[in-house]
Write a protein that binds this ligand. Structure first.
Ligand code: ATP
Ligand code: MG
Length: 258
């Protein structure tokens, strides 16, 4: 990969919580304008990668490069200003505020004038959410709430979108809508790093796939190649991680170790 093509680079990153190191000398690269999937079993460190990238965790060692600039340890305010937006795992709305007020809060770093000008653009992407604009966010369906969260991140017109398990609780059709939207954003130049358990559907829409086990990279290859890999079921579907098993051998999957 040419340096110019790289948007995000983890270079030997060590990060964790108190005494527990979760990411162990993790290195990987994400291409500009790509959709890169972050895969791996529960507890592998996927959300920790996104949290570290978004400044919620300070790496103990290593570098995190955004377009070649080291952003490890930068504040969230600085990272938002650099165009990184984060949609965390789970529910992250202010349930007692209206849909519109949630969007206003999402634009707090933009100033109200810009935010109010952009809210209609975002709502246009999610017609059902727009209809409920004045309702309390907690009264939206689960899928509508996730759409609102994605919309709130898009208000920032991010250059990099970090999105953690967007499909949880969504029906297959809504998942497809969210995925189509992400593809459209990537086609417009947004770099997307996404954690997703809906592996097969996600691989169909992604460009690249990275897999972690115990905070270490075990696989980095093109999504289409992984989708065609006969071992995919064993690796990521059905059985998932086999406790005590070693990382999938490169020979079994033809993985490109980064
Ligand atoms: N705030 C925290 N304090 C201590 N340990 C944590 C904290 N958050 C996560 N961990 C631990 O770090 C490890 C990695 O967690 P992480 O949330 O990154 O996993 P994940 O790959 O996103 O898993 P999942 O698929 O279940 O969402 C887990 O063992 C988890 O228990
Ligand atoms: Mg997670």
């Amino acid at each position: 990969m040419a340096t110019d093509d790289i948007c995000i680079e983890f270079d030997n990153v060590v990060a964790g919580y108190k005494d527990f190191m979760i990411l162990n000398n993790l290195s990987f690269k994400v291409r500009k304008g790509s959709i890169t999937l972050l895969l791996g079993p529960n507890g592998a460190g996927k959300s920790t990668v996104l949290k570290t990238l978004f400044g919620l965790l300070k790496p103990r060692q290593g570098r995190i490069l955004l377009n070649g600039e080291d952003i490890a340890g930068a504040t969230q305010k600085a990272l938002l200003a650099k165009g990184i937006a984060f949609v965390p795992q789970g529910r992250n709305l202010f349930g007692q505020l209206t849909v519109y007020q949630n969007l206003e809060l999402g634009g707090i770093t933009l100033g109200m004038k810009t935010t109010h000008a952009r809210i209609p653009e975002v709502l246009e992407l999610f017609p059902r959410v727009r209809e409920r604009m004045n309702s309390m966010a907690s009264t939206l369906s689960g899928g509508e709430q996730k759409q609102l969260e994605v919309g709130r991140a898009l208000l920032l017109r991010p250059k990099v979108l970090l999105i953690d398990e967007p499909s949880i609780g969504l029906s297959p059709l809504v998942v497809q809508d969210v995925f189509k939207l992400l593809q459209k954003l990537a086609a417009q130049g947004t770099t997307i790093l996404m954690v997703e358990q809906n592996v097969k559907s996600a691989l169909k829409m992604a460009d690249d796939a990275i897999a972690l086990e115990s905070g270490q990279l075990v696989l980095h290859k093109k999504a289409s190649e992984l989708l065609a890999d006969p071992n995919i079921e064993r690796l990521f579907l059905g059985g998932g991680h086999v406790p005590g098993a070693a990382a999938p051998p490169a020979s079994a999957t033809g993985v490109i170790r980064a």
